[in-house]
Write a protein that binds this ligand. Structure first.
Ligand SMILES: [Zn+2]
Length: 128
């Protein structure tokens, strides 16, 4: 396969690359939950998810119910890896070619999340 720039790789590639919450933390992802009904956007604290679910768990293709009172919608997670600063829905099949998955990193070696990462499309609706 010829080289494809990181910016042009599909979500399925990123799913392989950052399949688990632990990998996302290592790679400096910033993640949000977005409701498909009321479009409530909330930051998803990866450390909290790792504590609660374990760092081998995944947020890809997970659709828990919305936390807003009275809303019956479901959530899709969206995430931005600092390597490309593009926000993508965490909804994908596995890639056909498996990328090399980097080994887990010690906390001091982790990539830092971007200070102003690209946010989900839905969060723009409520900006003045
Ligand atoms: Zn909702």
């Amino acid at each position: 396969m010829s080289y494809v720039k990181l910016e042009n790789r599909p979500a399925s590639w990123w799913r392989c690359r950052a399949a688990t919450i632990g990998q996302m933390i290592d790679q400096g992802w910033v993640v949000w939950s977005v409701c498909n009904a009321c479009f409530l956007v909330m930051p998803a604290d990866l450390d909290w998810f790792a504590f609660r679910l374990g760092d081998e768990e995944t947020l890809w293709n997970r659709h828990p119910s919305c936390r807003r009172l009275g809303c019956r919608g479901t959530i899709t997670f969206h995430g931005t890896p600092p390597a490309i600063n593009r926000c993508m829905e965490l909804r994908a099949e596995w890639a056909e070619t498996t990328p090399t998955v980097p080994p887990r990193l010690a906390p001091e070696q982790r990539e830092r999340p971007l200070p102003d990462p690209a946010q989900p499309e839905a969060s723009r609706r409520f900006r003045p």
